[in-house]
Design a protein around this ligand. Structure first.
Ligand code: NAD
Ligand code: MG
Length: 389
């Protein structure tokens, strides 16, 4: 029996993880499940798997969670401290699938106990990559990538020397606005941005895919996780989302990873690593597919990609500021208070202002200085949005 916890169990990645566990419940002992507002789903899963504890991030929902778990023997808890406490409980494998910077603290906590962390929460690597990787190293804990591109790179590197890698190419579907011109992009609506052509995911990452902020974050994630140089990391638009990433070696060979766009592949790979097990994902019929398309990304229409390069060049707290400003801009777009292209414009302004004031420099990342940069960036973004309005 493996002891596992799922942070963000009620979300898209969380439910795909539950789907895999449900197929072989005898193999797992569930320690903690966590969610937000969807108390019914959290309680249902916690009861089904007889979890030790269920935690909602929303403190105002604790009574509701207690009621939903009454008589089940599952402990109910709420809030940030409870999330950290749950992450400190002995486990063999922890899925980090909270969305946003809120995923950082529980991930760090799990790593500090030497627990293997399956990392879907890319925000923690963008925000505080050196902190997360350092914590893993200090405690002999392993981080396994769950983002599909990073799982693909990880798999392409099995048995290879890192020093022989020339470049890494991560693919992007291009999202629903791949072919839209700038004028049309300015008027893109929330509803349009929420329609991903290939992947079914949470709302926030779906919109980030449309703006290419998701790919921008993934470029930084590639640098932080694998330690490649920014100039070794390329983005390639690939509308079919069948090739997830390619690794290029010094002899010119490219190793590509292909699979149906189904997150259960990357989650299952991290769950069973270093073994491979049967997974309930569709098998590709390449003859039926006929052809795959590839295009260069457009950093003019999708400036997030250019901003990622600037963030990597700046280092320090730039990742924390970039992620937080992006999260705040996304909140405003979801609230329909700013336009689609305003997101990148406002994030760029925040980075420039913080850089000019020396607020991105750091002499070693700590959770405290990262949290402060995060707070400043969110406040600056709101100010910037008000000026615009
Ligand atoms: P989602 O919105 O579907 O689910 C997010 C989960 O986090 C939910 O359980 C929610 O209750 C919880 N949550 C939200 N805010 C929280 C907070 N402040 N504190 C604690 N918990 C909170 O998101 P998702 O699509 O499953 O994505 C989860 C993470 O995985 C993100 O970092 C995303 O970038 C990454 N990811 C997702 C996919 C995908 O296919 N969905 C693919 C690659 C990477
Ligand atoms: Mg991805």
């Amino acid at each position: 029996m493996r002891r596992i916890s799922i942070f963000g169990s009620t979300g898209s990645i969380g439910q795909n993880t539950i789907d895999l566990i449900r197929r072989a419940p005898q193999d797992y002992e569930v320690v903690a499940l966590t969610g937000g507002a969807n108390i019914a789903l959290l309680a249902r899963d916690a009861r089904e798997f007889r979890a030790q504890i269920a935690v909602t991030a929303d403190e105002s929902r604790l009574a509701e969670l207690r009621d939903a778990l009454a008589g089940s023997g599952v402990q109910a808890a709420a809030g940030r401290h409870a999330l950290r406490e749950a992450a400190s409980r002995p486990a063999d494998w922890v899925m980090s699938a909270i969305v946003g910077a809120a995923g950082l603290a529980p991930g760090l906590e799990a790593l500090s106990h030497g627990t293997t962390l399956a990392l879907a929460n890319k925000e923690s690597l963008v925000t505080a990559g050196p902190l997360l990787m350092g914590e893993a190293q200090a405690h002999g804990a392993r981080i396994l990538p769950v983002d599909s591109e990073h799982s693909a790179v990880f798999q392409a590197l099995v048995g290879e020397e890192r020093s022989e890698v020339e470049r890494v190419i991560i693919t992007a579907s291009g999202g629903p606005f791949r072919t839209w011109d700038q004028a049309r992009l300015e008027g893109a609506t929330l509803e349009q941005a929420c329609k991903h052509p290939n992947w079914a995911m949470g709302q926030r990452i779906t919109i980030d895919s449309a703006s290419m902020f998701n790919k921008a974050m993934e470029v930084i994630e590639t640098k932080e996780y694998f330690g490649f140089l920014p100039e070794q990391i390329e983005v390639l638009v690939h509308p079919e989302s069948m090739v997830h990433a390619l690794v290029g070696f010094r002899d010119g060979a490219l190793m590509a990873h292909l699979g149906a766009p189904d997150m259960r592949h990357a989650i299952g790979y991290a769950l069973h690593w270093p073994e491979r097990r049967d997974l309930p994902v569709a098998r590709l019929d390449l003859a039926k597919l006929g052809r795959l398309r590839f295009e260069a990304p457009d950093e003019v229409r999708f400036p997030a990609l250019r901003l990622a390069r600037e963030v990597m060049a700046t280092g320090g707290l730039a990742g924390a500021a970039f992620n937080a400003a992006k999260e705040a801009a996304l909140d405003l777009f979801i609230a329909q208070r700013i336009g689609f292209c305003d997101m990148a414009r406002l994030v760029e302004q925040v980075l420039a202002a913080m850089s000019a004031r020396g607020e991105l420099a750091s002499t070693g990342l700590t959770l405290e200085c990262v949290a402060q940069a995060d707070e400043v960036a969110r406040a600056r973004l709101l100010d910037g949005a008000q000026v615009k309005a």
